[in-house]
Design a binder for this molecule. Structure first.
Ligand code: MRU
Length: 343
């Protein structure tokens, strides 16, 4: 099971909106198709959105048939379209910036060489993500007790990354090293990434797990059933404030109230030092139908007003540590995030 597979001249995307009941793939042969797949959440999860956008950028160049002097203008449009898909996960913008840098570096080469260089760069971004997730898993495993009940939210596994996962990668690493881990997976209303994707991944890996609805987390903690919380991130500001799937903030406050460690796991490409705090992170608001419907079935009349922010911001004060491929960052994040990034 892989969220993305580069096939030489197109990108094979596993349509995550159909999981877990249908394994359907889209063959994205143009940058517009990649943009559509990201926007519709056929491919979702911060790290893999970045990799998909990189391949979309490469496809944008491969599609170009015009004169050499029109390439830059065309690529500007490609980047703008890909950037307009989803606003919160900074990995998308990070990956496109890397692709743009590569384009600038090879701009005086032939069109064929430019196309090849961009495909190579997208492959490197994907390969780096695989490698970083393994390292996040290794670092994260050092703080997982021999026996642990771990609560997680949304999906941060293989499906959300190029491979292996971030928060779920840590669970995987702990399980592979022989620890007795059990996962409480929050269902993650309204898109149900926890129920449809995380539970499905854990089932395939045979990692012990229990699915809960989001509102059950507090009661579990009150009963001492949760040893630690590990979640992913879509963007981490310079002070450690973290944007992640809606519902993460509630878990952080609950964990704090019950003195349960609360960790964020993410590659350093998710850290956005340009933003001083979480107040500056753009939070995506999605269509109301995701709330008015449940798995394609209408549950409230169309006229009912709904609010559907896809992410929330967890203030740094609730975060025990940020687990990256370079190591675990402890508070105070304002000082330690910068220190880790220059390492
Ligand atoms: O809306 P999604 O499904 O793209 O949101 C995903 C999350 O919030 C994940 O927790 C985050 O991207 C980290 S994935 C390793």
């Amino acid at each position: 099971m892989k969220a993305l597979q580069w096939q030489g001249d197109y990108l094979l995307i596993l349509d995550q909106t159909k999981l877990p009941f249908e394994e359907k793939y889209r063959e994205a042969r143009s940058y517009l198709e990649v943009a559509e797949a990201i926007k519709n959440m056929e491919v979702r999860g911060a790290p893999v959105i970045g990799a998909a956008a990189a391949y979309g950028f490469a496809l944008g160049a491969m599609e170009y048939q015009g004169e050499m002097n029109g390439l830059q203008e065309h690529m500007k449009e490609v980047r703008a379209v890909l950037e307009s898909t989803r606003p919160t996960a900074v990995n998308l913008f990070w990956a496109l910036r890397k692709m743009e840098d590569k384009l600038r570096e090879v701009q005086n080469s032939s069109l064929d060489q430019i196309k090849q260089a961009l495909v190579n760069e997208a492959n490197t971004i994907a390969e780096d993500d695989r490698r970083m997730n393994r390292l996040i898993g290794e670092y994260g495993n050092t703080i997982v007790p021999e026996k642990a009940n771990i609560l997680t939210h949304c999906n941060t596994g293989t499906l959300a990354t190029v491979e292996y996962g971030t928060a779920l990668g840590i669970v995987r690493a702990a399980y592979e090293s022989g620890k007795k881990v059990h996962v409480y997976a929050g269902e993650t209303r309204p898109f149900l990434q926890g129920a449809r994707l995380t539970a499905w991944e854990l089932l395939q890996e045979k990692i012990p797990h229990t699915l809960i609805t989001d509102s059950m987390a507090g009661y579990l903690m009150q009963q001492n059933k949760v040893d630690m919380v590990i979640v992913g991130a879509d963007r981490i500001a310079a002070n450690g404030d973290t944007a992640n799937k809606i519902g993460t903030y509630s878990l952080a406050v609950l964990a704090f109230a019950h003195e349960i460690p609360f960790y964020v796991a993410a590659p350093t490409s998710t850290i956005d030092l340009k933003l001083s705090s979480g107040d500056e992170i753009p939070v995506e608001e999605r269509e109301g139908k995701e709330i008015r419907m449940f798995m394609g079935v209408r549950v409230v009349p169309e006229e009912v007003q709904v609010y559907n922010p896809a992410f929330d911001i967890t203030p740094a004060k609730y975060i025990s540590g940020i687990i990256t491929e370079k190591g675990i960052i402890s508070p105070p994040f304002t000082v330690n995030l910068v220190k880790m990034l220059v390492k």
